[in-house]
Design a protein around this ligand. Structure first.
Ligand SMILES: *[C@@H]1O[C@H](CO)[C@@H](O)[C@H](O)[C@H]1NC(C)=O
Ligand SMILES: *[C@@H]1O[C@H](CO)[C@@H](O)[C@H](O)[C@H]1NC(C)=O
Length: 443
């Protein structure tokens, strides 16, 4: 078909759908990082890789990236990963490239855990997240890069995390486990149509980044795999996550910004974070903010979320010693099924990097709106427990309907705010009042 015919066909199709008019177009991340077509395509096989699942291809990946970086072509280069199982050690990405996984392509992390390279801890954490000192470098790492796309036909990036999880269970690890994909100090990154499988630790970790789009991804790890967070935007701005499925052993999405005195000193907030049309399941949190929020977290929009079999549906967590702020957070249109606790906002989650945290570094939580929540098989509605000398302010619950709760009430301390249409009835700290302009159902 000619382009014009296709356009005419699409226009006719759209106008024939009663509920799908252009004016009602759904919000998307489109426009933040465009999909780019690369002028040049190279295949990993040109660098000697063998996709038999046995050959170790680390050298091929390093050569391919080196080639893309040093013989840079205008318009960038697409690195094609054909169907097959491509075993490799960790490797870097470079700017102006697309990593393209064909249908049936699996990039599989080698399990040589005792030879895995070490890198410095993140400055905003001061140490590895789970053990002091350095940390294992991420399996796929993009540091200081821009204009990068990871996409394809739903191919898989497999971290083979079970050896790492077992070392963690046996307490034999010497350093913090690697992430599956980490983007550091990078911008204009698009991740779409890939499956992240069995990360040793957090799955996708954009840290100190801006303009990052993650969409149409699947993130999977067993529900008993330790610390396998799905997607953790960390000290990053303008991050948009949408149309994805995440089922892991820890928080599905957790917005962070550094840990206690190290995060305060680094001072890089997370802001402009959007999460929409995400479905998933976790024994821990569905949508989380924190607990590491020392650089501040603001301007977060989360909408159209489906959670099933989760520990805590919506979880905002911080601690004395964290400092920083959590403000202007809107979470709306959330369905939950089989949840231990629907909503928790907590100022006492514990867990400090060391003894040098400042007990006077008290975080603030202000302007959190949670609206249009429908929960079934909910064990406890929730708790909002602020900090004595720094109560949470302007917390708004609007149209929150939770069922299957039994007699268990909300639990609130050190919080002010408003509640409208909350079932079971909210705690008295949240004044039911239409006069609270920041808490109404029509914005
Ligand atoms: C991508 O792979 C995941 C995991 O195998 C699967 O659940 C999902 O349906 C796939 N999506 C597409 C569009 O093929
Ligand atoms: C609050 O955050 C939203 C994004 O959720 C943003 O559009 C809005 O401008 C922010 N408001 C302020 C006052 O910064």
């Amino acid at each position: 078909m000619q382009l014009l015919q296709i356009l005419a066909f699409l226009a006719a199709l759209l106008s024939s759908l009663p509920h799908c008019r252009a004016a009602e177009a759904v919000a998307t991340c489109a426009g933040i990082v465009p999909m780019r077509w690369r002028r040049e395509v190279v295949s990993i096989t040109e660098f000697g890789a063998v996709g038999d699942g046995k050959t170790l291809n680390t050298w091929s990946f390093h050569k391919a990236i080196y080639r893309i970086q040093h013989l840079r072509k205008r318009g960038g280069t697409l690195l094609y990963i054909p169907p097959g199982v491509w075993l490799t050690g960790s490797f870097d990405l470079t700017s102006h490239m697309t990593l393209y996984l064909a249908r049936g392509a699996v990039i599989k992390a080698a399990q040589d855990i005792w030879n895995w390279p070490l890198v410095d801890p993140l400055p905003s954490y001061g140490r590895g997240r789970e053990l002091p000192g350095s940390r294992y470098r991420s399996f796929i790492l993009g540091n200081g890069i821009r204009d990068v796309i990871i996409t394809g036909e739903n191919g898989t990036i497999d971290g083979q995390g079970d050896v790492w999880w077992n070392e963690w269970r046996q307490r034999t690890l010497l350093h913090t486990r690697p992430n599956l994909l980490e983007l550091m100090n990078s911008r204009d990154v698009l991740v779409s149509n890939v499956v992240f499988l069995n990360s040793p630790f957090w799955n996708v970790h954009p840290v100190y980044c801006s303009n990052v789009v993650i969409k149409h991804v699947t993130v999977l790890a067993p529900s008993d795999s330790p610390n396998t967070d799905g997607i953790d935007p960390d000290s990053s701005s303008n991050v948009c996550i949408e149309d994805s499925f995440v089922a892991t052993g820890d928080d599905l999405v957790a917005v962070k910004s550094g840990w206690d005195e190290y995060g305060i000193a680094y001072g890089r907030p997370s802001s402009g974070i959007t999460v929409r049309r995400l479905t998933g399941s976790s024994p821990f949190s569905g949508i989380a903010i924190g607990s590491e929020t020392s650089g501040g977290v603001e301007n977060v929009l989360v909408e159209n979320i489906n959670l099933y079999d989760v520990g805590i549906g919506i979880h905002i967590k911080t601690n004395v010693g964290r400092g920083g702020y959590i403000r202007n957070i809107t979470i709306s249109d959330v369905n939950m099924n089989n949840v231990r606790k629907a909503i928790r906002i907590a100022g006492d989650v514990g867990d400090h990097p060391d003894e040098n945290f400042d007990p006077n570094a008290v975080p603030t939580v202000d302007g959190v709106t949670i609206k249009n929540v429908w929960g079934e098989e909910v064990e406890q509605p929730g708790s909002i427990e602020g900090i004595k000398n720094s109560p949470f302010t302007r917390v708004c619950l609007s149209n929150v309907k939770l069922w299957g709760v039994g007699a268990s009430p909300w639990k609130c301390t050190d919080v002010t705010g408003a509640a409208l249409g909350v079932n079971p009835g909210p705690c008295p700290q949240l004044t039911s009042s239409f006069a609270m302009s920041y808490c109404s159902n029509d914005f």
